[in-house]
Design a binder for this molecule. Structure first.
Ligand code: PLP
Length: 391
């Protein structure tokens, strides 16, 4: 029995929650059960709440900066969780991971430069490349026997052809894949060979489910580290996305200086004082809570797999290795993406992320957020069943 009760029902309605208060509007439904955007319904660790309350009780909220304790907490976390030794000089901050990699794209490439992403992938990967007038190059993941894999032949052919940046999603959203050390090593070596910068979004890394191990790609060798910028955050891990606190790690001084200069140019002058409190509290005291959370999430992932295997065996679930997002293959139902969404919204009254929004290879899939109580999960599964079972 864990010290934390992840089954506690917390009413998030009327808290300006994107997931709960905006689902009906976003999906065009009513009274939808929200199992879409990637935050969870769990209370953050008490240590985080205590740190926020304590700071809020000091009634002066003037300008702030990252103290030694903040840097130490990040350094300690990276060493403790990943065995990765990082110096203070290699650390910077951004409000979000997406803003971090976007500022890095602005700093490290020019309009027209080629940026490669694997598809399907988290939607802002497409947006950031296109919105900043870089050329999008896609390397589709292959999907065989229920597993998503990197097509290294295709990747190499494309990297060779003048790609400037590889924007990597590790662990992968929506596939829930924790890339193996050898996959990452191979990616890294190709990027060294073809002089490609790696921007590695590792926001889901802390949420490895039992049995999976995440390797920060930059930790796999000096040459790889020299060309890699890593983006991490307590946001997904500790359910503090609304606080907006993320970490940029880059051991190449020149690259990091260019990113810092771009942040300066954009007048981004650092995080707010609550963000620093959260980083400190999360990274110094959050580990026992996280260890219990991933066990709970693993049970949910197994529940989803067992549910579909029994009730709708045509629907295939990709067993996630990290995080709380489950990628579900509904293609055997023969429904178009529009029909799939309409049924889920109108008949099932549930909001799940449409696979199509993750780009090519996502058609006919849905992404289910299982970062909720078991009661909500079971309710959600029943709604999906009601929506998608044969008439
Ligand atoms: C892979 C990935 N990167 C980044 C983000 C969002 O990060 P942020 O809110 O810090 O910009 C998400 C959120 O779902 C994500 O899944």
């Amino acid at each position: 029995m864990s010290d934390w009760n992840f089954d506690e029902e917390i009413n998030r309605r009327n808290t300006a929650s994107l997931k709960w208060d905006f689902a009906d509007e976003r999906f065009g439904g009513s009274e939808l059960l929200p199992m879409w955007v990637a935050d969870t319904d769990f209370a953050s660790p008490q240590e985080i709440t205590d740190a926020l309350v304590k700071r809020a009780q000091h009634p002066v909220y003037g300008y702030t900066g990252a103290t030694k304790e903040v840097y130490d907490s990040v350094i300690h976390w990276l060493k403790d969780v990943y065995g990765w030794n990082v110096s203070k000089q290699a650390i910077s901050f951004s409000p979000g991971v997406v803003s971090g990699f976007t500022m890095s794209i602005l700093a490290l490439s020019e309009p027209g430069d080629k940026i490669l992403i694997h598809t399907p992938v988290y939607t802002p990967f497409f947006d950031t490349v296109k919105n900043n007038n870089r050329e999008l190059v896609t390397s589709p993941l292959t999907y065989t026997n229920g597993k998503l894999k990197i097509n290294f032949e295709d990747l190499e052919a494309k990297l060779k052809d003048g790609v400037k940046i590889l924007l990597l999603c590790s662990p992968h959203n929506p596939g829930g894949i924790v890339w193996s050390a050898s996959d990452l090593q191979q990616i890294g070596e190709l990027c060294v060979k073809y002089d490609v910068i790696i921007l590695s979004d590792e926001i889901h890394a802390d949420l490895c489910l039992p049995g999976a191990k995440h390797y920060p790609i930059a930790s796999l060798g000096k040459e790889i580290a020299k060309r890699t910028v890593t983006f991490m955050a307590p946001s997904k891990t500790f359910n503090v996305a609304g606080i907006q606190a993320s970490i940029i790690i880059c051991e190449n001084e020149e690259l990091l200086a260019a990113i810092d200069a771009t942040q300066h140019r954009l007048a981004f002058h650092g995080l707010n004082l609550f963000a620093f409190e959260v980083i400190k509290a999360a990274y110094t005291s959050g580990k026992p809570w996280l260890d219990a959370l991933v066990v709970y999430l693993q049970q949910h992932a197994e529940t989803v797999q067992a549910f579909f295997a029994e009730k709708m065996p045509d629907i295939k679930v990709l067993a996630p290795q990290a995080s709380y997002l489950v990628w579900i293959d509904c293609r055997a139902l023969g429904l178009s993406d529009e029909e799939l969404q309409t049924r889920l919204i109108k008949k099932g009254k549930i909001a799940v992320s449409p696979g199509k929004s993750y780009g090519p290879g996502g058609e006919g899939f849905i992404r289910l957020n299982i970062g909720c109580t078991t009661k909500t999960l079971n309710d959600g599964l029943q709604r999906i069943y009601a929506a998608l079972k044969a008439d």
